[in-house]
Ligand binder design. Structure first.
Ligand code: ZN
Length: 425
């Protein structure tokens, strides 16, 4: 399985879609196993009951079957038809109760009467079912049998990590979550795009060491942070990737620091992409960046998505399906992420070694002989002008409005001509 095209990524999503992912359990293991077919994932288990900062690793949850039987003998909210029907982390139950009592355990979508919502109760001892409001409204009075055949047992929380060795031990962290069941954009799009990113980076010579993380939301990153606490100072850049398959424009949310290299790279790549996008400042709402950027860690990690999780109407419902996610959107997301990563890889600061007046570029074959045309010449002048050891190439690109690649190419040429020296990193 290669994941170079949007179609290939979408095919993998189709395979993973029915699995019952949650914070723990077989669905997560099967999802990680599918990624591990082509990438050498390390699977890391943290046992139930382990205290991780202010949290405790929960029991492992697995479901065999779950359904409600109506007074006239029909099965509704059947887990075997869609795992969204069962409230996540439902405890086992087998009981018969009247509709009025059953209603306290039923959840419907707040806006759309035909959609099944996605709901969980990880940290409470309860059971419940999700169904369309239209179906609930049509239920007759009478006694209903509820059946949840599930286990909540000591086990472990598992995450998968791919490590790609670079020239530097400084790290670029790329993270997504694997804890949502049959939802496509919110969860699986990030899973497959991150796998494709891993495949693309694997064949390259890399400056940074890359660590790609597929983990159950919140507790997964916390397990990773706890396990890597003595190495976190090496994380120079990071991205949380989610909701990257819908047709909406790109959204980038800055790290808590706001001035990380990855923040500048993402802002620049999106500004010059020509694609609709929005840049958001840090906020403590959202996904796993909330853990990576919590004040004790304050890692330079931004969040990359198309429509953010709370901003598409299909969010956390049965409408977030394989139709919502488009192969071309997956492919464009992958290309944009590769461009951001590429800009961070090539970013550096330089010092102009001939800063008194402009150096004579024509004499060195750099001016008027450049094949790239006027923007290549403009880039030479911008790099010379701002290379005082303090500005990076991303700063030059932002101030000049020139594409990063043109700026980086100009720096390479000026360095080769002896007019620049690299000062950082
Ligand atoms: Zn979600």
């Amino acid at each position: 399985m290669a994941l170079a095209t949007g179609r290939e990524m979408h095919d993998l999503m189709q395979e993973l879609f029915p699995l019952n992912r949650s914070l723990t359990g077989e669905g997560v293991r099967a999802t990680l196993a599918a990624i591990a077919r082509t990438l050498p994932l390390e699977l890391v288990e943290t046992p139930t009951g382990t205290e991780i900062f202010d949290w405790t690793v929960p029991r492992e949850w697995n479901v065999r079957e779950a359904w409600i039987e109506t007074p006239d003998g029909r099965r509704i909210a059947d887990f075997s038809r869609s795992n969204l029907h069962l409230l996540g982390y439902s405890v086992p139950v087998d009981a018969t109760l009247p509709l009025a009592e059953l209603r306290e355990h039923l959840f419907t979508h707040p806006d759309d009467p035909d959609l099944v919502p996605y709901r969980t109760a990880y940290w409470a001892e309860r059971w419940g079912f999700c169904l369309a409001r239209r179906e609930l409204d049509a239920l007759p009075d009478g006694d209903y049998r509820v059946h949840v055949d599930a286990t909540l047992e000591p086990g472990s929380l598992v995450y998968g990590e791919l490590r790609l060795e670079g020239e530097s031990e400084e790290e670029f962290l790329l993270s997504t979550y694997v804890c949502h069941p049959s939802l496509a954009n919110d969860n699986l799009s990030g899973v497959v795009v991150l796998a494709a990113l891993g495949e693309a980076l694997r064949g390259r010579t890399l400056r940074y060491t890359y660590r790609l993380l597929w983990s159950p939301g919140t507790v997964g990153p916390l397990c990773w942070l706890a396990r890597n606490r003595d190495r976190l100072h090496l994380v120079r850049n990071g991205l949380v990737v989610s909701c990257v398959g819908d047709p909406g424009g790109f959204t980038y949310k800055r790290s808590r620091r706001g001035d990380a290299e990855v923040d500048a790279a993402a802002a620049h790549v999106l500004a010059t992409s020509g694609a609709p996008h929005s840049l958001r400042p840090w906020s403590p709402l959202g996904g796993d960046e909330r853990q990576f950027c919590s004040p004790g860690f304050d890692l330079p990690v931004g969040a990359f998505s198309r429509s953010p999780a709370d901003a598409f109407p299909e969010y956390h419902s049965s409408a977030d399906d394989l139709e919502l996610v488009r192969p071309e959107a997956l492919e464009q997301s992958l290309a944009t992420l590769l461009e951001i990563v590429g800009a961070v890889e090539r970013n550096a600061a330089y010092r102009n070694l001939s800063p008194y007046g402009e150096p004579q570029l024509g004499r060195r074959g750099l001016y008027r002989s450049v094949g790239g045309g006027s923007s290549a010449e403009e880039a030479l002048l911008w790099v010379l002008s701002l290379s005082d050891g303090g500005h990076t190439l991303l700063d030059v690109a932002a101030r000049s409005g020139l594409p990063f690649a043109a700026v980086a190419d100009a720096a390479d040429r000026l360095e080769a001509a002896g007019l620049l020296e690299r000062t950082a990193p």
